[in-house]
Design a protein around this ligand. Structure first.
Ligand code: ADP
Length: 646
């Protein structure tokens, strides 16, 4: 085993790797960017080396700086985590050239699986079922259209270099093929510098079921499946293991196919073979097809660890250090059921825009596994993925594990940024999901209900007013209520753009009253807490000018300072601001251009998605303040229109 490794990553995955390494007695060197000097992974590591600026290209993607840090620290091996350099074969070559060990598969294995078309051809040769389709070299538009005709509509066009759902188009009818092909190619060319595509059958009622595999270069085993069908725009939201409705036959067939895939390329380390499954008639062993293989540890690996009791990072370290696989297939068994929910800083009602902010308050529940890279007080910055945590429940049955997940989500408290917590809670309570009737379209079909923001009732708004006034805790009996009574105080708060007023007054020594819109909500003292009309204690807390109420879902209120109101009203639709933190992809106008309301002015990219910013009114562009490639904070101005003279 190594004495010392370098972890070439950040956030929750760097922390998770360090924890297992420490358990095995292995010392860890962390690397960090300017933005991460005080990050949790830096604090957990035994040593931390600075590798550059906040932008990933200046730090976590700099293989030279990372290898230099490993050599300087005396580490023998580098763990890449996921993302960043984890699937970059040139990095693997460079690590080995420097005399270090890459904790992961060989560069050849990564190359073999890097392009979707080549990977499919390879899998076909290995006898792994692949989605019926065309994945050849002839990229002529007519030829591809004929291939689509032969496959039969609907078909999916995919960029061969694709990832994150980019360069992917669903085509229902032959007459739309040419235009979708053109747009998929254009997107692939910008995103991957490679506009080659493949065409495949669009699977009905698709489910995404993937097999965790593990190899030592000579032999491979599988660690059962994960169902990742709950997706939003091809991004996973809640994952589980095992897959609901999985039969013994199908598991055996999928497991064997995944092991064949791994052994065909002499795979070493942890990997995932992703399959698309036609679930229109339940799960059948002849209705799953290879999609792609991810040659790294996967974000959702905790569900597999929960149901197998195996620490995948421990295996990664042992196999990279030269051990053979510690078990044979028959040694691995499935225990219970696990779910993982991904908690993000994002604004769900406004289209899942990534958010930033300082985590003024952060509490995770007991009894579930929490993988996180942040602590209370840390900043979710615009530079990286806005994930806050992964919450994994594990119970004896699917029903129980799901109840545990719901309870855990309801008990999670985050303040200081908006999150997808309410959305996750609603999804975990969705009847179709609870029944195991999942497919990749479930979230999309129910989006309006799942993404709607809850409207806080009087009791929640009254709690917020109490906290805003600094009265979230009742004074102790010894202090005597009379110290601050009789009291009458007006608070003005804003929730989701709606303002309201609350008048707080004392009723008697044990009762405080909040009046909102003419209705009275009374809170009674119970030791040092206030208890509302529903019998639940006040959970609201004030952080600066924000109040958070943790009542199943989290509600955020702003304490309105009357002096600021005038400012907000003066907001000019002629200033185009970044609605979320992200990267400027393109600026579509120049100084002096005249534009009409609704015209596209700029494109921003955040969380792998593109957002087009449009003009709020007619006018002339007076100033362009940014250029493609700029990284922006939410609220930063991009473009100014000339003022309108009435
Ligand atoms: P990417 O690498 O861009 O993430 P994938 O090939 O992994 O693309 O596919 C992403 C998702 O798209 C899958 O999880 C699935 O939901 C959907 N998908 C992919 N291929 C098909 C198909 N042939 N039929 C139906 N849905 C598909």
């Amino acid at each position: 085993m190594f004495d010392k490794i370098l972890v070439a990553n950040r956030g929750e995955i760097a922390c998770r790797i360090i924890q297992t390494a420490h358990r095995l007695g292995v010392t860890c060197t962390a690397v960090y960017s300017d933005a991460d000097a005080n990050a949790r992974h830096v604090a957990l590591a035994d040593q931390a080396l600075h590798i550059g600026g906040a932008a990933p290209a200046d730090s976590y993607l700099r293989s030279d700086a990372i290898i230099a840090a490993a050599l300087e620290s005396g580490a023998q091996a580098i763990h890449p985590g996921y993302g960043f350099l984890s699937e970059n074969p040139e990095f693997v070559d460079a690590v080995e050239k420097a005399g270090l060990i890459f904790i992961g598969p060989s560069a050849e294995a990564i190359r073999a699986m890097g392009l979707k078309d080549a990977a499919k051809r390879l899998m076909e040769q290995a006898g792994v079922p692949v989605v019926p389709g065309f994945h050849g070299d002839d990229q002529d538009a007519e030829h591809l259209a004929r291939a689509a005709e032969e496959i039969g509509y609907p078909v999916l066009i995919k960029a061969v270099a694709g990832g994150g759902g980019k360069g992917m188009r669903l085509v229902d009818r032959a007459q739309d093929f040419a235009s979708h092909l053109a747009s998929a190619r254009a997107e692939a060319a910008t995103a991957f510098g490679n506009d080659a595509v493949l065409v495949e059958k669009y699977v009905a009622k698709p489910r995404h079921i993937e097999m965790q595999i593990f190899g030592d270069g000579a032999r491979a085993v599988h660690l059962f499946e994960r169902d990742c069908s709950l997706q939003r725009r091809h991004q996973k939201v809640i994952e589980e293991a095992p897959a609901p409705g999985m039969t013994a036959d199908m598991r055996m067939a999928m497991g064997a196919a995944a092991v064949r895939a791994a052994e065909a390329i002499g795979y070493s380390g942890a990997g995932t073979v992703e399959f698309i499954v036609d679930a229109s008639k339940g799960l059948h062993p002849d209705r799953f097809w290879f999609m792609e293989m991810n040659t790294r540890l996967q974000v959702e690996h905790p569900v597999t660890e929960a149901v197998t009791g195996i620490d995948l990072v421990e295996w990664q370290l042992r196999v990279a250090a030269g051990e053979t696989l510690p078990v044979v297939q028959e040694d691995i068994s499935l225990k219970g059921h696990a779910f993982e929910a991904r908690l993000y800083a994002e604004d769900v009602p406004s289209g899942f825009l990534p958010a930033t902010g300082r985590l003024a308050h952060l509490r995770f529940p007991q009894g579930v596994r929490v993988d996180t890279g942040v602590r209370e007080g840390d900043e979710i910055s615009a530079w990286y993925d806005p994930m806050i945590a992964k919450i994994t429940s594990h119970g004896p049955t699917r029903d129980i594990a799901l109840l545990q997940l719901r309870a855990a989500l309801a008990a999670t408290e985050v303040a200081g940024t908006v999150t997808n917590l309410t959305f996750l809670g609603k999804l975990a309570a969705h009847p179709g999901f609870a029944a195991g009737d999942v497919d990749t379209g479930l979230i999309g079909r129910n989006l309006d209900a799942l993404a709607a923001s809850d409207i806080p009732g009087d009791a929640v708004r009254a709690q917020a007013a109490l906290a805003a006034a600094g009265l979230d805790r009742a004074p102790s009996a010894f202090q005597g209520f009379s110290l601050w009574a009789p009291l009458e105080q007006d608070m003005r708060l804003c929730q989701n753009g709606e303002e309201f007023e609350a008048r707080i007054s004392t009723v008697d020594a044990a009762t405080i009253r909040v009046r909102i819109d003419g209705r009275d909500i009374d809170f009674r003292r119970s030791s040092d807490r206030w208890v509302g009309p529903d019998g639940a204690p006040v959970t609201a807390r004030r952080f600066g000018d924000h109040v958070a109420v943790f009542a199943g879902a989290a509600f955020e209120f702003q304490v309105v300072d009357p002096l600021l109101v005038a400012d907000a009203l003066a907001h000019d639709p002629g200033v185009i601001e970044a609605p979320m933190p992200g990267l400027v992809k393109a600026v579509l106008v120049r100084d002096g251009d005249s534009v009409s309301a609704g015209d596209k002015l700029a494109v921003m990219e955040a969380m792998k998605m593109e957002h087009t910013l449009t003009a709020g009114r007619d006018g002339t562009v007076s100033e362009v303040l940014v250029a493609a490639g700029d990284q922006l904070e939410a609220g930063a101005a991009l473009i100014r229109l000339e003022e309108v003279v009435e």
